[in-house]
Design a protein around this ligand. Sequence first.
Ligand SMILES: [Zn+2]
Length: 351
Amino acid sequence: MTNMRGDGSEIRLPFPQPQSPGEIRELAPGLLWLRMPLPLRLNHVNIWLLEEPDGWTAIDTGLHHDATYEIWGKVESELFRGKPLRRLLATHGHTDHCGIASWMVQKFDVPFMTTHTEWLAARVRIIDESRPISERTKHFAQVHDCDYAMVESFIAHRKLMAPMLAEQPRSIVEIREGEALTLGQREWRVMVCGGHADAHASLYCENDGILIAGDQILQRISPMIGVFPDRPRGNPLRDYLGSLPRFLDLPSDLLVLPGHGVPFYGLHVRTQELMQHHEERLADLLAHLDQPRSASSCTRHLFDHAVREGQSRLALAETLAHLNYLVHDGQVQRSFNDDGQLAFIRSDLGT
Ligand SMILES: [Zn+2]
């Protein structure tokens, strides 16, 4: 593995071809990578399996969907081979990462480890998303001047996800920022960061130079940073950008294990790319706000392609994350127009 590491000054992929969905690959002694399929546009999530002297630790689960259960059954019979699962850890509370946590906790009789905030968020999401679209969401769409296609995108998402939600465990073993964990015979330090999720946990093993990054740092796509109807004034982009320097403080030559995509070297390069990506988007948005514009107008400006592909919900959420960042930072003003819709404009041009 060493000869593939490089010096961290560029992105290097030690396993550029991912294995087939449901297949497992050993990355280092006692550290295995399971690529779990997702029946979504983002078609897989990475699960990490850590071998213990007396069993296994699993990190993340996949979502509530037939194939996920089948694959976990296969892992149990072919990989675990009578050695029990000892614990399950979730990096965060999004359903692709902890969707079947409750089933696993019961089936294997194991503790569920995650941050308190992410556990609560996962439980609240199930309550919210198993109900029809709320008045709050309709108001959100109206305030942001969403057209019919955008509203449809919210409804379609609800219909798609509702059957893939399952109960969350009723208790957790809480993990916290800075905590040291021994998992798979390695020592890991917990790094809790916001932005993509409120309290996402990444795990850093200094001795072996490994970072289980989860969705905080992804290899190819940028982690979704979004503002949704439940927290319309939120500023997750501030939390996300605030977290990135922490990854620049880690060694540059770590093997990074992201929640999606393939493992890579080049943590600092990738972190800087993510910073630059958001800075460019903020600059683009500021230039667009030379006159009062709705969030929908900004969404079509930034994400025209995504909107045309039916991804309006996420595109609007990402746009609002950038708009709210600029509003909180004082660079943009927001005000209601006569139609009760929110308009955004650069502060130096506003009233
Ligand atoms: Zn994810």
